[in-house]
Design a protein around this ligand. Sequence first.
Ligand SMILES: Cc1cc2nc3c(=O)[nH]c(=O)nc-3n(C[C@H](O)[C@H](O)[C@H](O)COP(=O)(O)O)c2cc1C
Length: 198
Amino acid sequence: MRAEFTGEVLDDDTLMRILDAAHRAPSVGNSQPWDFIVVRDPDTLTRFAAHVADKRVEFGESLPPERARTFEPIKIEGITESGTGIVVTHDDSRGGPHILGRATVPETGLYSTILAIQNLWLAATAEGVGVGWVSFYDAPFLTELIDLPPGIRPVAWLCVGAVHEFQETPDLERFGWRERRPLREAVHWEKFAPDSSV
Ligand SMILES: Cc1cc2nc3c(=O)[nH]c(=O)nc-3n(C[C@H](O)[C@H](O)[C@H](O)COP(=O)(O)O)c2cc1C
């Protein structure tokens, strides 16, 4: 969701239902390492949008000319239009040093926070509410913007709000940036060998 926000700010009951679904996500060792910072102050939204605009320019300039032309019309955020930003953060120290299930795969902590984001996204979609993930930012900028304490890592800025429609086809496909892979290319049988997909 980037261009479809109506500008109508989400009511708090709906917002809390969506956050409740996010907070019910499975997590390694039941550590629930996430937090949700709801940002609605127009000044904060505008400052974040300006930062993202700078990062967008930087990315555009890093592209070869043909890709830059394809990228140009693609909208990559709806920060001010959505009226609500939800910053999802990750605290790897939550639950102490003995997290059940994280000993051999340390990333499972971060995976858990990502699952909260997915739950949030699915719950919002079920409510007819749009979500867009913005990742064009420098983590130190966002950390300072919303006063994150040391050890709390920003994982996503989600634009959340009422939308006038849900696109059937991903924007990046519609604008010719990148096609979805067919499922049969992603499914492998027995081993990950090139000829093991269907
Ligand atoms: C980790 C992650 C970061 C993303 N960052 C951005 C972003 O900065 N700007 C944007 O417009 N979309 C962003 N997206 C959305 C993807 O572009 C989008 O999910 C993808 O194009 C597929 O489209 P669909 O979600 O409509 O199926 C992000 C998605 C993920 C999962």
